[in-house]
Design a protein around this ligand. Structure first.
Ligand SMILES: [Zn+2]
Length: 405
């Protein structure tokens, strides 16, 4: 994993005694769908079902014979792995009922990517996410790496306090609430908001996202569908379609079908995911010390509102000082968000004792790497030992992976 200059490295460890300070993801959901092929490759070595071989009956010759036979069925390979582990570890039996098993409730890859999409939505300042927007989005490339995240927001440089947050149902943002037609539309967030899917594509951290998958809570609008298709993304993975009969959803389905973009509705395998930042180590603990700065921010925001009052009033009869609907106050800061991704990454770990996650971020706030504690690529989680304590060091997990405990 390459760490770029000026990148930020968030590392967290999850234990059963984590203290709750904030509930971050309320409805993260996921799937029982197929896990990506790479993951299967890494985990797919099936333990053999033959009788264990005692140390006294094993020899290097037996092992060599087993691994060089012309019949290289998976059973033979499995036997070979079992035998070599038994021999080289001085007696570790991968079939012993006393072995500590991997954690059963780790997040699947699809759970994880979907949770990142939900978490990204928590960055949005939209106080009332509309049903035609997913709120958050996560793009995953063909190698299973996160290469783009996005959330609903105004374009770069547009103050969250100057433009209106009212949804169309509210009809108007101003105190003088009797506008109709074009002016009413201009009073809502609709003409100004960039949806999460488009932001994820525009903010991608790779040259392109051709062949990638996009994870979103809600089925994309037709406006987003155009960008998704043009970006080369080949699959949309979503949980719900709130407006399944709307013209927008119908147009999206037509576009995706014609363009050959796969639409996959998935059923979450977990109803919710809660991320608890530990007291003291949470970036939230810094919030109190930042309150002075927040006051400065308020003054700066008011200065901006004053600065753009003329154009807002002239073109849309808007007065940001009279907005009834304001940005959501409890959105996640960037640090909280990236720490949340690190926490989510930790939940990918199969280690039954301690789950450690990491998230690397570059100077452009792009996620350029995530990780969690585990065995090297290709080494089955079913075969190598997970124990922290054992009579022999080779029967513990430490020689086989990176575990900082
Ligand atoms: Zn959209």
């Amino acid at each position: 994993m390459h760490i770029l200059p000026n990148s930020t490295f968030f590392v967290v460890a999850l234990t059963s005694s984590v203290l709750a300070t904030r509930r971050v993801v309320a409805t993260a959901t996921a799937t029982s769908r197929t896990i990506d092929n790479l993951h299967r490759l890494a985990e797919g070595i099936n333990p053999c079902s033959c009788q264990p071989v005692s140390t006294s009956t094993m020899s290097t010759q037996d092992t060599l014979k087993c691994s060089t036979e012309s019949d290289v069925s998976s059973q033979a390979k499995s036997n070979s792995i079992r035998d070599i582990i038994h021999l080289e570890s001085r007696g570790y039996d991968i079939h012993s009922p006393n072995n500590i098993q991997k954690r059963a409730d780790y997040l699947s890859w699809d759970d994880y990517f979907l949770a990142v999409a939900y978490l990204s939505g928590q960055r949005s300042k939209d106080p009332h996410p509309s049903s035609d927007s997913s709120g958050g989005a996560c793009i995953v490339d063909a190698m299973g790496r996160i290469v783009g995240i996005g959330y609903d927001g105004f374009p770069r440089g547009c103050s969250d306090d100057c433009l209106p947050w009212a949804s169309p149902a509210v009809s108007s943002n101003t105190v003088e609430d009797d506008t109709r037609g074009e002016e009413a539309w201009l009073n809502t967030k609709v003409p100004y908001l960039v949806h999460a899917e488009i932001n994820a594509i525009l903010n991608k951290c790779s040259a392109d996202v051709v062949g990638g998958r996009m994870f979103v809570p809600n089925f994309p609008s037709n406006e987003c569908a155009k960008f998704i298709i043009q970006s080369g993304i080949q699959e949309i993975v979503y949980v719900e379609d709130h407006d399944v009969d709307s013209d927008s959803s119908r147009a999206s389905r037509i576009l995706f079908e014609v363009a050959g973009v796969k639409m996959t509705k998935i059923k979450p395998s977990v109803p919710s995911i809660t991320i608890n930042f530990r007291t003291g180590s949470s970036p939230l603990s810094k919030r109190t010390s930042n309150e002075v700065q927040n006051n400065n921010d308020i003054q700066q925001n008011e200065d901006e509102m004053e600065k753009y009052l003329g154009i807002l009033h002239r073109e849309a009869s808007l007065d940001p000082f009279t907005y009834k609907v304001k940005k959501r106050p409890d959105y996640l800061s960037w640090d909280e968000y990236f720490m949340g991704v690190a926490f989510l990454s930790a939940q990918r770990s199969k280690d039954p004792n301690t789950q450690v996650g990491a998230c690397i971020v570059d100077q452009d706030r792009c996620i350029i790497g995530i990780g969690y504690n585990g065995f090297p690529r290709g080494c089955s989680d079913e075969v190598l030992p997970w124990a922290r304590e054992a009579s022999c060091d080779l029967h513990k997990k430490y020689p086989y992976g990176k575990f900082r405990e």
